[in-house]
Design a protein around this ligand. Structure first.
Ligand SMILES: NC(=O)c1ccc[n+]([C@@H]2O[C@H](COP(=O)([O-])OP(=O)(O)OC[C@H]3O[C@@H](n4cnc5c(N)ncnc54)[C@H](O)[C@@H]3O)[C@@H](O)[C@H]2O)c1
Length: 323
């Protein structure tokens, strides 16, 4: 089995690349890697980092998914399946042209390429398509994107759905990841999960900075191992769009409480005003009722996921201290 992972030097993509390599698949990673360039919000334009691939032995191609040469590279490799993770993943980017070009145009090209090659396509959509729609958020019922990123992912889902309606033999599965946390997210900087950010704050100072009202700000937090399992299940699923989440909403405050226990820190909580009000998701919880055709159920509770992740957080902290 030959697979391509676009965005394979990023958080989720590198976990997928290594998982499928461990299963014995031949894996080609496509990523543009971090060039050091930044968007106007100060964050890097791309978070791909070679250090996420230190244990990977497959092929790596540095290329932009918007570039025809990158598509030709994928075509030459002739994959059985493409896992499409490459995207502008930062929800706070305001350059709409770059978001639409990278997240929509390149996706359409990759979907058409998958059709030509007869490859299965599994792509990353997002819980951001739901904006602040009431919980539980349901496929084709609750979409209300609040930013350009969420809009781009919603468009990908609509385009994929139309594509499958007119190409019944296509295998195209969209997974709407909710808030993913776990190993290899460090190079996302400020856009890494709050599990990592709170963990590092607490190890450095014994303090955690939360937005006011964080006991009531809840998200469906999903551990990276579950997201990898959802992608594997997508290879056998019926074409369609599915929520990739736990179906449970947990507060940001509970992340800090779990970390305090796991890291054994007597944490001091500091509350700051939320600067993102207006474009913020206050409560997400996936409706899993429409997931019957995807053989996936999240296994990791927030407690178990954070406990499993804690050693990596401590390791990152030590490296930062010694840098
Ligand atoms: N992490 C989450 O909580 C989450 C939630 C919902 C959806 N998603 C989606 O999952 C996918 C993976 O997210 P992630 O958290 O691993 O983010 P990430 O930023 O770590 O991974 C995206 C990768 O794509 C690469 N990339 C960006 N633009 C590219 C381009 N033009 N050409 C080639 N490569 C390019 C980046 O270098 C990066 O390695 C993304 O599509 C993201 O939108 C993530």
């Amino acid at each position: 089995m030959k697979i391509v992972v676009t965005g394979g030097a990023g958080f989720i993509g590198s976990n997928l690349a290594k998982h499928f390599e461990d299963l014995g698949y031949e894996v080609l990673v496509i990523d543009c890697f971090n060039s050091g360039e930044r968007f106007s919000n100060g964050n890097f334009k791309a978070f791909g980092d070679y250090r996420n691939l230190l244990d990977f032995s497959g092929e790596i191609y540095c290329g932009d998914i918007c570039d025809i040469k990158t598509l030709e590279k994928i075509a030459d490799f002739a994959p059985h399946a493409i896992f499409h993770e490459a995207a502008i993943s930062d929800t706070t980017v305001s350059e709409q042209d770059a978001i639409m070009r990278t997240n929509i145009n390149a996706f359409v090209d990759i979907m058409n390429l998958a059709k030509k090659l007869g490859s299965k396509l599994v792509y990353a959509s997002s819980g951001a398509v739901y904006g602040d729609a009431p919980s539980p958020q349901s496929i084709w019922a609750s979409e209300k994107p609040k930013n350009a990123y969420g809009f781009s992912k919603f468009m990908m889902d609509k385009i994929a759905s139309n594509h499958c309606a007119t190409n019944p033999s296509a295998h195209v599965v969209g997974l709407r990841y909710f808030n993913v946390y776990g190993k290899s997210e460090y190079f996302k900087g400020k856009t890494a999960s709050m599990v990592l950010q709170f963990g590092l704050q607490m190890l450095k100072s014994g303090k955690a900075r939360l937005f006011e009202g964080s006991d009531k700000i809840c998200r469906d937090f999903v551990y990276i191992c579950d997201i990898v399992a959802a992608n594997e299940a997508a290879l056998k699923a019926k074409s369609g769009v599915y929520n990739a989440a736990t179906g449970k909403a947990r507060s940001f405050e509970s992340i800090v409480d779990i970390l305090a226990e796991v890291l054994n820190i007597n944490v001091k909580k500091e509350y700051i005003p939320n600067p993102f009000i207006g474009a913020y998701q206050f409560h997400t919880q996936a409706d899993l009722g429409k997931n019957a055709n995807l053989e996936f159920l999240a296994k990791w509770s927030l407690e178990a996921g954070i406990a499993d992740y804690a050693d990596e957080i401590k390791e990152i902290f030590k490296k930062e201290q010694n840098a």
